[in-house]
Design a protein around this ligand. Structure first.
Ligand SMILES: Cc1ncc(COP(=O)(O)O)c(C=O)c1O
Length: 496
């Protein structure tokens, strides 16, 4: 990861920072607030050297005193620290209070922050930064009790199994096969969530400087991972319809010879788009011609809300003769609960052996108890997902209707599945809105978090995972925040 941001680069990330200064508030507060936001949502990595006050002042076209005051404030809050002789570096405050759950307090309320930051605390905060479900409590409790009872049978053994429990791999293989991706249990590795599967693949297959083809926009964790292993993202823009530009993907595979392509073909995060059957076949064929292995992230695949989509992308590789290595990843995080940390990857056996070897310096194996819980949940997964579909289709429609009435200038297409709307704000104010919304107690992820190069300042991902009354409350607060920004037309507030 690059540990230095230049004045020009930081000024680009700070675009529109003046817009959110509250009435009578000094400009340096808005500048400090934007830098805190960038750190909180990961666009500015912790441990990055920032430009000098003078350089940043020149790049922003403001008095040096404004930047100095903002840096002072950030040093006081612990977001910056000065290293003698080597400049000023980003940091996270040392004492991070335990986050209180947002919204109603239940034993299964989602906790945790938007990596690497944390969400604001307090009972009034509505968390729209995470697009993930709360756990189905009865099913979790039952599967947990059953798993505890079954654990005894596993204690007379080491518990280390790099691929995972045979019963769980059989259940996963059966589920994938039922969807049209014929899978044998020995092609499956159980992991601690889909993102762990991606990290293991990256560790096994990527070297520093390799290129990785990504959709633009995409899941922020994928962008972070590519950067973390010092690989280079090759973003290919999604289009409005049908979502994937197969010619652009093919051209990028030819021109950039990526070491991997990472695609979310079903209910893509954040757009919710589903790749057509024709596009699947064409992408697999192009990857075969150009020798590009594909990682297809299917963790949102089963969450269709209107009608099921085509078979998994991996099935098209098998149909084409298996020449293109396709690694399919999946997870119970979106269908059941992220806190379970159970995911998997399916790969051709030789590739799976390489990935398994890479795991010896990672976590070695997945906890047995959680795997047993997952076995119990797989038995009930169809019912759990059927309930989720009804619930989230209703919440999706509810959120769109609420937005259409309170914020008619926003455009929020209806996704065929997944958990969130990818909203076009009609103006490049996403980061400014995130800061304004925080003042109204709504925690959001800004559009640029989902892309590379500062794209998507005009977009916002809005999850519809919360109950409808919380969504109504959130929309009312968003409308106030948007209003405070000046109804979409950028305003210039005097600095300092
Ligand atoms: C597309 C996508 N892939 C992977 C993940 C991470 O999944 P897991 O919790 O299984 O690691 C997420 C979580 O938001 C996601 O949206």
């Amino acid at each position: 990861m690059d540990d230095h941001v230049g004045a020009g680069g930081l000024a680009r990330l700070l675009a529109g920072w003046r817009d959110v200064a509250g009435p009578g508030e000094a400009g340096h507060s808005a500048l400090a607030a934007r830098i805190t936001t960038l750190l909180g949502d990961g666009r500015l990595a912790v441990g990055t050297r920032v430009p000098s006050e003078r350089e940043l002042a020149v790049a922003l076209g403001v008095e040096r005193g404004a930047v100095a005051a903002a840096y002072d404030r950030l040093r006081e809050s612990g977001h910056l620290h000065r290293r003698r002789g080597s400049g000023t570096w980003t940091a996270l405050p040392a004492a991070t209070p335990t986050a209180a759950p947002s919204a109603p307090v239940t034993p299964f309320a989602p906790m945790g922050g938007w990596v690497p930051g944390r969400r604001p605390d307090g009972p009034e905060v509505i968390d729209l930064a995470h697009a993930a479900p709360w756990a189905p409590m009865d099913a979790m409790a039952e599967a947990g009790a059953r798993a505890l009872a079954e654990l005894a049978a596993h204690l007379a053994g080491t518990g280390y199994d790099v691929l995972g429990l045979a019963t769980l791999r059989e259940g996963i293989a059966r589920r994938l096969s039922d969807q049209g991706l014929h899978t044998s249990p020995d092609e499956v590795m159980v992991t601690a969530g889909a993102q762990h599967a991606h990290a293991l693949v990256a560790r096994a297959l990527l070297r520093p400087g390799d290129r990785v083809l990504l959709e633009q926009p995409t899941y922020p964790g994928a962008i972070d991972l590519v950067r973390h292993v010092s690989a280079r993202p090759v973003p290919v823009a999604m289009t409005d319809r049908p979502g994937w530009d197969v010619e652009a993907i093919t051209a990028a595979m030819r021109a950039s010879t990526p070491a991997l392509a990472y695609l979310v073909a079903d209910h893509q995060n954040p757009t919710g788009a589903v790749m057509s059957a024709e596009a699947r076949a064409a992408v697999v064929a192009a990857a075969g011609r150009h020798g590009v292995p594909i990682v297809v992230d299917d963790c949102l695949r089963e969450l269709w809300l209107d009608a099921p989509g085509p078979p998994p992308l991996g099935a098209y590789a098998a149909a084409a003769g298996g020449g293109t290595p396709v690694i399919t990843t999946g997870s119970l995080s979106k269908t059941v609960w992220g806190g379970l940390r159970i995911g998997w990857l399916r790969a051709p056996r030789t590739l799976l052996r390489r990935i398994a070897a890479a795991r010896s310096s990672d976590d070695i194996a997945t906890p047995v108890l959680e795997q047993l819980v997952a076995v119990g949940l797989l038995d009930r997964l169809d019912d759990i997902i059927a309930t989720s579909r009804t619930l989230f289709a209703h919440r999706r429609d509810h959120l769109r209707a609420a937005l259409a009435s309170a914020l008619p200038e926003w455009h929020a297409p209806s996704p065929p599945g997944g958990f969130s709307l990818w909203v076009d704000l009609g103006a490049p104010r996403s980061s400014a809105l995130v800061e304004a919304a925080a003042r109204h107690g709504v925690h959001l992820a800004a559009g640029p978090r989902f892309g590379t190069g500062g794209a998507f300042e005009q977009h916002l991902r809005l999850p519809y995972t919360l109950a409808t009354d919380a969504l109504d409350d959130a929309v009312a607060r968003l409308a106030e925040a948007w209003d405070a920004l000046g109804a979409g037309s950028p305003t210039l507030t005097t600095v300092v």
